[in-house]
Design a protein around this ligand. Structure first.
Ligand code: HEM
Length: 416
C-alpha cells in the first residue's frame, strides 16, 4: 500500500499497527488521514485483534490522564497493542508500568530517586566523560554505523552505571533489552523462538539476582539495585520472580531503546534539515530546546495502549468496557493544530516541550530528565568536535510498532 492508498482507502480498512509502516517509515500519510477524518478510529480486526486508535494530541492527553477509566494493568493486557503473551508455568515480567493505582505509585516512588535532580547532577560528569571517550575514538575518515558505535554504546554505558552492572559485560544489557520487546505481534517476525527468548531472559533475571545478592546488607549506594533494596516497598522484590524480572527489564528497556533511538533520530533529523544544523552551529545555546524537539520529532515510543475499565464517550465515539485503546504518540506529535509544520525539525520551536513522547499522567516517563541530560551532554560534546555528522547511505529501520527502532545509519565525520 502506498501514500495514495492512505487517502483513498475506506477508513475501516486502515491498520496503523502494521510493523512495516515503521520499518519503511511510511506511517505519515496514514496518521495524517486518521487525524483529519477519524482521530478516534476503530479497526475491527488485525494481528493484534480489534483496537481503537487515538491519533490527535488533545484526545491522547485525555486518555493518558484518565487512569481510572483507562487501565495500564497487565491483568487486562498491559501497555502495548500486542497483549503480553501469558505462557503457563513461565515467569511473567511484572513491573509498575503495567500496574494501576494504588499498586503503581509506591513502586515508582521507590526507584524514582535514582533519576531525581540530585542524582543527575552527580551523573552529569560521568556521562560527559563516557560520551567524550566514545566520540574521541570514532574512526574519522571512514564510514561507520552511528547506531552501533554511538547510540548503543552510550546508552549501554549509562545503564551499566545506573545498575552498577559489570562494565565489561554491558552489551548484555542491550541484548536483554532488545529481547524484551521482541515478540512477533510487535515486530511482525514470526521466526522468533519464544522458548529461547524466555531462557535468555531468565539468564538476565539470574544475573540480576546475583547482583542483588552481592549488594544485600551493604550500605546504600546511588544505583538502582541498592535503592530498591533500601526501600520498604521493594526491599523484598527478589522474592517475587515476576516483579523482580519485570522491574529490572522495565528499567533496562525504559532507558535503552528510547534514548538510543533519540540519539540516532537526532542525526537523521539534522541531516534532513541542514538549515537547522546550521542554526545549531551558529547558536549552541539552542541545544536544550533542540533535545526536546528531537525527542518530539523522533518519538521513540510509538504508542502506549490502555484497556477501558468502563464504557466511556471519547470525542463523540462510544468506547466499551474491555476495549483496547491505543494512543499513537507518534501521530500526536505530528498534530498540526499544536505543532506548526509538524513534520519538520525546528530546533528553536517554542513549544517543543509540549510533545507527547514521554506520555502524560501518572505513568509519565520516570527517566525523562535523565534522557534529556544524556542527549544534551552528547550534543554538546559532538559540537565541540565535529562540524558535521554526515549521513552517507541508506538508513535501516526495524519492523516494530512499539519502539521506533533504527538499526543502521552509515555516517562520516567532518571534524571542526
Ligand atoms: C527519550 C527517551 C525516553 C522516552 C521517549 C521514554 C518514553 C516513555 C513513555 C512513553 C513512558 C510511558 C508513559 C505513559 O504511559 O504515560 C515511559 C515510562 C517510563 N520510563 Fe521512559 N522514556 C525514555 C527514557 C527513559 C529512561 C532513560 C529511563 C530510565 C530509567 C526511563 C524509565 C521509565 C520508567 C521506569 C517508566 C515507567 C513509569 C511509570 O509507569 O510510572 N525512560 N517512558
Amino acid at each position: 500500500m502506498n501514500t495514495h492508498d492512505a487517502n483513498s482507502i475506506a477508513l475501516e480498512e486502515i491498520d496503523v499497527s502494521r510493523p512495516q509502516l515503521y520499518q519503511h517509515d511510511t506511517w505519515q500519510p496514514w496518521f495524517a488521514r486518521l487525524r483529519r477524518d477519524a482521530p478516534i478510529h476503530y479497526r475491527a480486526d488485525s494481528i493484534n485483534g480489534p483496537f481503537w486508535s487515538i491519533s490527535s494530541h488533545d484526545l491522547i492527553k485525555e486518555v493518558d490522564t484518565n487512569n481510572t477509566v483507562f487501565s495500564s494493568s497487565s491483568e487486562f493486557g498491559g501497555i502495548a497493542i500486542a497483549d503480553t503473551p501469558k505462557i503457563e508455568g513461565q515467569v511473567q515480567g511484572e513491573s509498575f508500568i503495567t500496574m494501576d493505582e494504588p499498586s503503581h505509585r509506591p513502586q515508582r516512588m521507590a526507584v524514582a530517586p535514582t533519576v531525581a535532580p540530585k542524582n543527575l547532577v552527580e551523573l552529569e560528569p560521568i556521562i560527559r566523560e563516557r560520551a567524550a571517550d566514545i566520540l574521541d575514538n570514532l574512526p574519522v575518515g571512514k564510514t561507520f554505523n552511528w547506531v552501533q558505535e554511538v547510540s548503543i554504546e552510550l546508552t549501554a554505558r549509562m545503564l551499566a552505571t545506573l545498575f552498577d552492572f559489570p562494565y565489561e559485560e554491558r552489551q548484555k544489557l542491550v541484548r536483554w533489552s532488545d529481547l524484551a520487546t521482541a515478540i512477533p505481534e510487535v515486530t511482525g517476525d514470526d521466526s522468533i523462538d519464544m522458548q529461547a527468548r524466555y531462557e535468555e531472559l531468565m539468564g538476565a533475571a539470574a544475573a540480576f539476582y546475583q547482583l542483588w545478592m552481592a549488594k544485600a546488607g551493604q550500605p546504600p549506594t546511588f544505583d538502582l539495585i541498592s535503592m530498591l533494596q533500601h526501600n520498604e516497598t521493594t526491599a523484598r522484590m527478589n522474592e517475587n520472580a515476576d516483579q523482580f524480572l519485570g522491574n529490572i527489564l522495565l528499567l533496562i528497556v525504559g532507558g535503552n531503546d528510547t534514548t538510543r533511538n533519540s540519539i540516532s533520530g537526532g542525526v537523521i533529523a539534522l541531516n534532513k534539515f541542514p538549515e537547522e544544523y546550521q542554526k545549531l552551529r551558529d547558536n549552541l545555546s539552542l541545544i536544550p530546546n533542540m533535545v526536546s524537539e528531537m525527542v518530539r520529532w523522533q518519538t521513540p515510543v510509538i504508542h502506549m495502549r490502555r484497556t477501558a475499565l468502563e464504557d466511556y464517550k471519547l470525542g463523540g465515539k462510544q468506547i466499551k468496557k474491555g476495549d483496547k485503546v491505543v494512543m499513537w504518540y507518534l501521530s500526536g506529535n505530528r498534530d498540526e493544530t499544536v505543532f506548526e509544520n509538524a513534520d519538520k525539525l525546528i530546533i528553536d520551536r517554542a513549544n517543543a516541550r509540549a510533545h507527547l513522547s514521554f506520555g502524560f499522567g501518572v505513568h509519565r516517563c520516570m527517566g525523562n530528565r535523565l534522557a534529556e541530560l544524556q542527549l544534551r551532554v552528547l550534543w554538546e560534546e559532538i559540537m565541540q568536535r565535529f562540524h558535521r555528522v554526515e549521513v552517507v547511505g541508506d538508513i535501516e529501520r526495524l519492523p516494530n510498532n512499539f519502539i521506533r527502532g533504527i538499526k543502521n545509519i552509515p555516517v562520516r565525520l567532518h571534524p571542526n
